[in-house]
Design a protein around this ligand. Structure first.
Ligand code: ATP
Length: 232
């Protein structure tokens, strides 16, 4: 579904991604962990097409999309829920869902998040943080993606909202949606996804089945950028 090879992204003199490699199989749920500043959001931005890599490739369903603009990646099956969500505050919940595209399917999100149906005619700017993230996810789903890339959806939310959103992600996973879940809440991410990557200093330091990585010394070491010790 997704293959990233040798991805390099620079902000001036700062190399935020230094040759990042990862992949997500069809129907797989994979998480990407890493400390602040590891390069996670930069990867999301490069996948979405908002940041131009200086080297490397991004393939979606076998197609090289590295040079494609964001909307063409969306058409190729990519759905992105960016950090902090992305909604139009002045538009209603329903209008936000409609602007997701010409063939937007607004029902999926409304069915998954009943609270959005209740808030249908409410302006998105008046929603709670959790509801905004739900709407952001619903917007991504309205584009009928084959792969969801979700950046720190739990950040700053009340535990109940996180619970509810992860419940929906688990349901999508069970229905076979491919997803790359970027998270700070390590235990939740490892519980949701069968496989995990740890990014540190712009490169993948560790990769493996979530069950093996959870609580392991290798996971700790990888967070700190210890590629050598993480191999053991
Ligand atoms: P966080 O969890 O804090 O969001 P992250 O893993 O998502 O961290 P990035 O936001 O991708 O990390 O940042 C990677 C590196 O690139 C950091 O050193 C950061 O300071 C730097 N960086 C990010 N955005 C910019 C920018 N627009 N200009 C310059 N440097 C940037």
């Amino acid at each position: 579904m997704l293959r990233v090879e040798g991805l390099v992204v620079r902000y001036g003199a700062i190399e935020a991604l230094k040759g990042c490699d990862l992949s997500v199989g069809a129907g797989a749920a994979v998480c990407l962990l890493g400390a602040n500043g590891a390069g996670k959001t930069t990867l999301v931005r490069a996948l979405a097409g908002w940041e131009r890599p200086v080297a490397g490739t991004i393939e979606l369903q076998g197609r090289d999309v590295t040079r494609l603009p964001p909307w063409e990646r969306q058409r190729a099956g990519l759905g992105v829920v960016p950090e902090g969500g992305r909604v139009f505050g002045d538009l209603t919940v329903e209008e936000n869902l409609r602007v997701s595209g010409r063939d937007a399917d607004t029902r999926i999100g409304l069915e998954l998040f009943p609270v959005l149906t209740e808030r249908r005619t409410q302006r998105a700017g008046t929603l709670s943080g959790g509801e905004r993230q739900m709407l952001s996810l619903a917007r991504a789903l309205a584009g009928r993606p084959r792969l969801l890339v979700i950046d720190e959806v739990s950040f700053g939310l009340m535990p109940r909202a996180v619970e509810s959103i992860f419940g929906v992600l688990a349901r999508l996973r069970d229905e076979g949606m491919s997803m790359l879940v970027i998270e700070q809440e390590e235990a939740r991410a490892l519980g949701l996804c069968a496989r995990a990557y740890v990014l540190s200093q712009g490169a993948v330091q560790l990769e493996g089945p979530s069950g093996e990585l959870a609580g392991s010394e290798a996971l700790r070491a990888a967070y700190l950028g210890g590629a050598g010790s993480a191999a053991g």
